[in-house]
Design a protein around this ligand. Structure first.
Ligand SMILES: N[C@@H](CCC(=O)N[C@@H](CS)C(=O)NCC(=O)O)C(=O)O
Length: 227
């Protein structure tokens, strides 16, 4: 699908955590974009022209296209600095970037790709039945990650420090995808549950809570701001 001429567009997939991180940054900075769902596994030639890596998200602003979610978020930070999503001081800025990588690399490979990959994407892409060993491994690993977040939140208001940053958006992007399929045990940590309730109630989160994936109904608490 082509965006209307001269509108900004984000080619995304609703349950892609990388797309969600960019959607949250765009919404927090009040940058309007047309959301265009891209079934990236169908490898549409127009999509591959926009991003030869064949991955979502891809952001189109005017006549330019941008790929790689963290590079996009940092570009948005440079071009739309208000509100800032990376702290000014070098230490906290480093910590925010470290945690974005933690979630997009480690959490994604140990948890999101295992649980979402098996439970959702196999069905959506038609690649067979879930591999229960992967599901078990993802379900085991998420406990450790929630405990790590609880430990961070024991010392800080937000994940990287005392202000909300891209680290919170990266984490919330992954957890919200998993929450859509009821794979987050919110009773494991009050600190993590409170943090998620805080971020989930931001106006920037609204479009994510309204996502609907045919064939997968979210649990009632998914869009409930009080859980
Ligand atoms: N490092 C990339 C990862 C993006 C990514 O892996 N997106 C997935 C969807 S969640 C994708 O498009 N995968 C297609 C592929 O790997 O071929 C980013 O941060 O944008």
């Amino acid at each position: 699908m082509q965006p209307e001429r001269s509108t900004n567009a984000l080619y995304h997939f609703p349950l892609s955590p990388f797309s969600r991180k960019v959607r949250l940054s765009l919404a927090e900075k009040k940058i309007e974009v047309q959301l265009i769902e891209e079934k990236y596994w169908e490898k549409d030639p127009d999509f591959l022209r926009r991003n030869p890596a064949g991955k979502v998200p891809v952001l189109r602003i005017g006549s330019r296209t941008y790929s790689e979610s963290s590079a996009i978020c940092e570009y948005l930070e440079d071009t739309y600095p208000d509100p800032p999503l990376l702290p000014r001081d070098a230490e906290t800025r480093y910590e925010a970037r470290r945690l974005v990588s933690w979630f997009d690399d480690k959490f994604h490979s140990e948890v999101t790709s295992k649980l979402m990959g098996e439970r959702v994407f196999r069905k959506v892409m038609g690649t067979g039945y879930p591999d229960s060993a992967n599901v078990k491994s993802g379900a085991r690993a998420i406990k450790y990650h929630i405990d790590y977040m609880a430990w961070l939140l024991d010392q800080r208001r937000w994940l990287a420090g005392d202000t909300m940053t891209l680290a919170d958006f990266a984490a919330a992007a992954h957890l919200s995808c998993l929450d859509y399929i009821s794979d987050v045990d919110w009773n494991r940590s009050d600190a993590v549950k409170d943090w998620y309730a805080k971020i989930k109630s931001r106006p920037a989160f609204r479009s994510i809570l309204a996502d609907q994936i045919p064939g997968f109904l979210p649990p009632a608490h998914y869009a409930d701001l009080d859980f």
